[in-house]
Each structure stands twice: as structure tokens, then as C-alpha cells.
Design a protein around this ligand. Sequence first.
Ligand code: 5GP
Length: 184
Amino acid sequence: MRGRLFIIAGCSGVGKGTILKLFLEKNPDVKLSISATTRQPRTGETDGVSYFFVTEEEFEQEIKNNDFLEWARFSGNYYGTRKSFVEKTLAKGIDLILEIEVQGAKQVKDKMNEAVSIFIMPPSIEVLEQRLRGRHTEDEETIKRRLNEAAREIEAGKSFDHKIINDNIDEALKQLQEIYDTGK
Ligand code: 5GP
């Protein structure tokens, strides 16, 4: 049987990384897609694990080759999901999660309507700002840009199949598990 495809989006700092990490620990058969990006690796990020880090030229060549299922420009960088990776994984019967931003999520949903889209919401913009600052991984300009993007993303998130408010991590995880278990 073909694997199922899940799209998870949510603004920077909403805690989707933490929720996903815990979810994948509990569901080791589910795979997380590794995207290609032109952004610089953060401390602790490894090429081929967190992302495939590529140059602008390489990314633009892959766009021309039609290699991406979806791609988007976000915060000044390119991000994209390779078609071949998604197809191979689903064909093997493995369930796959794409952790991507909202423009890419829309492209995937338009092409593969069977994909289940889940948007993780912050309890409020104020809480999001606190979390983003507490992470200490971005400079002030990047934080401001990401907060502006957050407002736009929350608006786009309204059209997702499921919305989870990350007020409490255990509760958010439970909701994600329920969505995943439905239709299994
Ligand atoms: P970050 O730079 O914080 O790792 O990611 C920034 C944003 O890009 C996040 O919202 C993340 O979900 C999104 N993202 C990561 N990979 C992809 C991808 O392959 N495609 C799209 N459209 N967005 C991605």
C-alpha cells in the first residue's frame, strides 16, 4: 500500500520542530522529508540531515529541471522538496511528513489532494515573539521579518485541513497523533 503524505506548517518559533521530534520518536516508521535550501546552516545543522544545503545556482538549476514537487522563497532563501524523494518514499509504503511553509503547502495540496495538511498555530503573536527571541538563533532583523511573515502565514493557515494550537506541547502532540491515527 502507498504511504500517506502529511504537510505540517506553522510560523517560525511556533514549536513545530519540538512537536515533530517527539512525534517521530513515538512513530519511528514515519519519515521526515529532507528539503533543499540555500540558507546558511545554523550551528549544529548537518548537510543531508537537517537539509541539503545548496547554492542559489544549484537550486535554480533544479527548478529548471522540474525536480521540485514544490519550492518557495522564504526569508530571502530558497526552500524546496524534491519530487523523486517523495515519490520513492510513498511508493515504498512509508508515511512521509513535509515540514514546509504555507506557499509550498498550497502547491503540494493542489497537486496531491490526498495529502493531509496540518497547521500549528501559536497561542498569540506575543507568545510567538517571546519564543523566537528566546531561541537566540536569529538576529533582530531576521526576527522582525519572521514576525511579519507569521501574520501572513497564520492567515494562510486557515485553509489547512487541521489546525493545532500549540499552547501545551503534550496536548498538541496528542492532537497530531489523533490526526495521524485517523484513516490508518
Ligand atoms: P528554517 O530556515 O527555520 O529552517 O525554515 C524556514 C521555513 O521554511 C519554515 O517554515 C520551514 O517549514 C520552511 N521549509 C523548510 N523546508 C521547506 C521546503 O522544502 N519547502 C518549503 N516551501 N518550505 C520549507
